[in-house]
Design a binder for this molecule. Structure first.
Ligand code: NAD
Length: 304
């Protein structure tokens, strides 16, 4: 025996639920050319594989995929690239829905019930961000490039995502016409809820463009404060609650789908605004409730 072995064991943990994802995995991927190393990894993972540590202990044991080193690494990149592409796909469909008068939330429901497609990651909005999707999709594009292959589909997923980040700006211009001198409030700043992570957040692109057009920008995020003053937020007044945010705004944009944004006092917020407009960048809020509270509601791909 003797000698060292290498195992590639990709993790698929989401920020904000890493502990849950560790104990409740969909699969475990082990890449190595050493049978001994694979056996040791199986032993290490035994309580997780048997679901001993899972929330639902009645589930079948966790599938273990044993591969060579390169394939294990490719599983990781391909998983993230697929999910990012799935989001860009539904965002592309949303933009077509907007033009032909369809509602992407109904379309997503209709296609998601097809078990070959699945309903997850089909929520149209202002695009994906964070540290994992952008990094892994570009790494895969560059690796392909290094080996003489142009990953056209992945490049398109990135292009669609960049364009999608400015969809809220397009909607603001349709409603408010001139943005110079107007005040826009951003509900949420982080790339997704339950994290304070602003890395590659769609909000940053939106802020840059609103600032370029002379718009006054305010924001409220449950985990991002003015004192934090992160890179890219120097042109933003960060408020401490949603009502202060609404005060004096010509429109609000829901940027992050924080759960607590579903139960704000929208009637009170509408009264504090110059012009109660809500651009729902995640199709997250209840349109009827917002309209009853006095808002003009504009979703993504919902022909509003
Ligand atoms: N590369 C790494 O270093 C690394 C580290 C940890 C995890 N990961 C992997 O990266 C993946 C992404 O993790 P994450 O923490 O960025 O978060 P995540 O998977 O929760 O979200 C990623 C992006 O998808 C969007 N999204 C989430 N649900 C959606 C839906 N239903 N419809 C449309 N868009 C949706 C989010 O807004 C976000 O922009 C993990 O699943 C994991 O496999 C990678």
């Amino acid at each position: 025996m003797g000698g060292e072995s290498v195992v590639s064991n990709p993790e698929f943990l989401r920020e904000g639920c890493a502990v849950y994802d560790t104990f409740n995995p969909d699969r475990i991927v082990l890449g190595s050319n050493s049978q001994r190393a694979i056996a040791m990894m199986r032993e290490l993972y035994a309580p997780i594989i048997s679901r001993e540590m899972a929330e639902d202990k009645s589930l079948p044991t966790v599938p273990v995929v044993v591969t060579d080193l390169s394939s294990a690494e490719m599983v990781k990149y391909a998983s993230n690239a697929f999910l990012a592409t799935k989001i860009s796909f539904i965002n592309e469909i949303a933009n077509i829905c907007d033009r032909v008068g369809a509602d992407v939330t109904q379309v997503a429901k209709g296609i998601g019930l097809d078990s070959r497609i699945g309903s997850k990651f089909l929520q149209a909005g202002i695009g994906w961000g964070g540290s994992c999707f952008p990094k892994d999709v570009s790494a895969l594009i560059h690796t392909a490039d290094d080996y003489g292959y142009e990953a056209q589909l992945l490049k398109a997923a990135v292009t669609v995502n960049h364009r999608q980040r400015l969809i809220a700006l397009e909607k603001l211009q349709q409603v408010l016409k001139i943005l110079k001198g107007k005040t826009v409030g951003l509900l949420g700043l982080t790339f997704k809820p339950d994290t304070d992570d602003m890395r590659d957040a769609p909000a940053l692109d939106l802020i840059e463009q609103l600032h370029r057009l002379g718009t006054k920008i305010k924001a409220f995020d449950p985990l991002v404060s003015q004192s934090g003053m992160r890179h890219g937020l120097s042109n933003v007044i960060v408020e401490t609650d949603a009502e202060r945010l609404a005060d004096g705004c010509d429109a609000l944009v829901l940027v992050t789908d924080w759960k607590q944004f579903r139960s704000l006092d929208y009637a009170k917020m509408a009264k504090l605004m110059n012009n109660p407009v809500m651009i729902d960048g995640r199709n997250f809020l209840d349109q009827e409730m917002l309209e009853a509270a006095g808002f003009r509601y504009v979703g993504i791909g919902r022909c509003s």
